[in-house]
Design a protein around this ligand. Sequence first.
Ligand code: HMG
Ligand code: MG
Length: 303
Amino acid sequence: SSTEHVKIVEVGPRDGLQNEKTIVPLSTKISLIERLSRTGLSVIEAGSFVAPKWVPQMADSSSILAHLNKNPPQPSQHISYPFLVPNLKGLDAALSPTHPASEIAIFASASEGFSQRNLNCSIDESLARFAPVVSRALDAGVKVRGYVSMVIACPYSGPTPPAAVVDITRKLLDMGCYEVSLGDTTGVGNPHTVDVLIKALVEAGIPVDKLACHFHDTYGQAIVNCMVGLANGVRVFDSSVAGLGGCPYAKGATGNVATEDLVYFVGMNTGVDLERLSEVGAWISDTIGRKNNSKVGPALLAK
Ligand code: HMG
Ligand code: MG
């Protein structure tokens, strides 16, 4: 019903920008986060503390975190700004004594091929690396979100067995993640494969309120796949303003489902002002010279 709440996790400033070849100026990144903060969004992923040699675009994440601590955006509602953390070195940056993050996200892969390419280690090694990251974060009062990538298929390892996703999801929850986001990193899922996956997770006893859907739109299936998530009881969806995005270590991956399209589609209470959000989408597309991949945003602004 329209009173039911759907939570949107805006990932544009991180997933959306991390793949841009040209370095986006820090002031643009901060302006994007501040503009998004005035749309009613409650979670805005703001950067990542990964190796700058691997993802140069995210090298200024400490400055973003410092800025957010010094100049907390105005709205009275609480906004969470998670940062991705791959290891203890990244956690040290996130736990900065002068400007600590209040939330981090760790990211594992359901496929060995992508784990090697994205984290330079096996799945098991990555989980062993994440365990102390999570326990230290929780000790410091920092919330931890988990991601599983390549939940449907992987360009390097082929189709992903749902049982592999169940296994890693359970391990991330057992470690202390409050929620696990299911990443269809290259957007290859369709309503059938997504339905099979979510039902496998639920049947394995994973509470559906611990799950989020993170769909990339490479094959144009992201919205319809969100519908399948919704029909199976998922109420948290990741998306990117203007459909920005792509993963630098996932061959052929394009942007996330556009936040504007997601807000329009769910038709439930998201707390998001769609017109303001559409303006942010138009602004960032213009500013970084990229096609606006939302359908809804431009349509709404043209009215
Ligand atoms: P490695 O090369 O094995 O790491 O990379 P290392 O420990 O050998 O260190 C190599 C160098 O990196 C050293 O510097 C370290 O200090 C430095 P050097 O001595 O050579 O000058 N380093 C760091 N610097 C800053 N912050 C750090 C850090 N760690 C090491 N945290 C590593 C391993 C995990 C670091 C690397 O593979 C990495 O950074 N990977 C991240 C890749 C990434 O960000 N991918 C995109 C995000 S995931 C995604 O987009 C999917 C998602 O959206 C969901 C979905 O769609 O499925 C979440
Ligand atoms: Mg992603």
